[in-house]
Design a protein. Structure first.
Length: 388
């Protein structure tokens, strides 16, 4: 600690150079924070999907509904502990731009299987179970549109339309929250029976579901159980594709590209560029102070101490720039939230990414200063004093 004033003086020798180097590192780590939040938002479903939950969809496309009779057959498979189903409803509130994920489900089994993701007070659960036209809505969507428990809400369907062409009327029976960090709290869930009783029988969509979700007693048996289900419905009019929920969500997300990998490539490029900038700055600073380093060695500063002092300089630059960048990105993301106003279900700076950012700051400080510090420590006093 007693050599910090010397380090500080060396950093302030070229104020503008130090300032711009810190600024470059600052913006690099500000970008790192934003990109990690975007990566988390796009990989949210993949990270939260359970290995113990499996999904069954039509083999050709998820838009092709499966017969209701499949559910009882899936239940009979040894190892299956619970099942539920869902239909993608499609819909918007008041304006076509106000769209959010809307599902028609079987309320009791859905909330059993997704108990961690959908947390509701017991009185709201009971009201939802008893209300044919009831719905539950995520806290984020409720805040955005001002929904209250007991409110009657019109939703205009885009996939399923009422025979009279009017909007579907729902009563908000509950507003769900979740203790899971980054959980999707934008969904709108309602009772499938309301959909079934309203759409015409001739439509061909009655008693048919877009997908089934079921739980198993042992996640290690997932491939075996998935193969049994697909074999059961092979060569039928509606063949199936069964996989873990995690694998399904991952494949779905990759339809628009591997966003996580793209973000990591951008971060890697940015960090490499900053490493070159910071390393060049430190190398130039050491070249300018060659004579001074020789004097310090003459006064008794050993190679290890010289090495430590130069490394400390690079570490301070990385710590100030990177620390400020991470702090500002974390603050902005936390305060402003989703910049797309609902397009991303969750937008936050994951704790794991914060820790990774701090580790990168330290690694940058060491990596950018190690070579100049090693060269400085290896200087011979006579050779250094001869240099201009």
């Amino acid at each position: 600690m007693k050599f910090l004033p010397i380090v500080w003086r060396n950093l302030m020798r070229r104020k503008f150079r130090t300032f711009f180097t810190i600024g470059a590192i600052f913006f690099a780590f500000l970008l790192f924070g934003v990109l990690m939040a975007i990566r988390a938002a796009f990989s949210l479903g993949v990270d939260m999907a359970g290995q113990g939950r499996l999904m069954v969809i039509d083999k050709v496309s998820i838009i092709n509904p499966l017969p209701a009779s499949y559910e009882s057959q899936i239940r009979q498979i040894p190892g299956v502990t619970d099942t539920t189903h869902a239909n993608w409803f499609g819909g918007y509130y008041q304006d076509v731009r106000n769209q959010f994920a809307t599902f028609a489900t079987e309320p009791e089994s859905w909330l059993r299987i997704y108990a961690r993701e959908f947390e509701l007070p017991e009185d709201q659960k009971k009201a939802f179970f008893a209300d044919r036209t009831g719905a539950i809505v995520g806290l984020d969507t409720a805040k955005k549109y001002g929904f209250k428990v007991g409110q009657r809400v019109p939703i205009q369907g885009t996939i399923y339309r009422r025979p009279d062409g009017g909007p579907w009327e729902f009563t908000i029976d509950g507003i769900y929250d979740s203790r899971i960090k980054g959980a999707d709290k934008t969904n709108f869930i309602f009772n499938y029976q309301y959909l079934r009783e309203t759409i015409p029988e001739r439509s061909g969509f009655r008693d048919r579901y877009n997908w089934y979700v079921f739980t198993i007693d042992n996640p290690d048996r997932a491939p075996e159980i998935a193969a049994k289900i697909d074999a059961m419905f092979a060569n039928s009019p509606s063949e199936t594709k069964t996989n873990t929920e995690k694998a399904f969500v991952s494949d779905w997300a990759k339809q628009v590209g591997d966003i996580g990998k793209i973000m990591m490539w951008i971060v890697g490029m940015a960090m490499f560029t900053i490493l070159l900038v910071a390393g060049n700055t430190m190398a130039q600073a050491i070249r300018e102070r060659t004579n001074e380093l020789a004097v310090l060695k003459t006064l008794g500063f050993g190679d290890g101490r010289i090495l430590s002092m130069v490394l400390l300089e690079s570490f301070v630059i990385a710590l100030v720039g990177g620390g400020l960048g991470l702090a500002l990105s974390y603050t902005l993301i936390t305060l402003t939230g989703d910049p797309t106003h609902g397009l991303l279900p969750a937008f936050y700076f994951p704790t794991a990414s914060v820790i990774a950012g701090v580790a990168l700051v330290g690694a940058l400080g060491i990596a950018s200063g190690f070579l100049p510090a090693w060269q400085a420590s290896r200087l011979r006093i006579v050779d250094a004093l001869r240099r201009n």
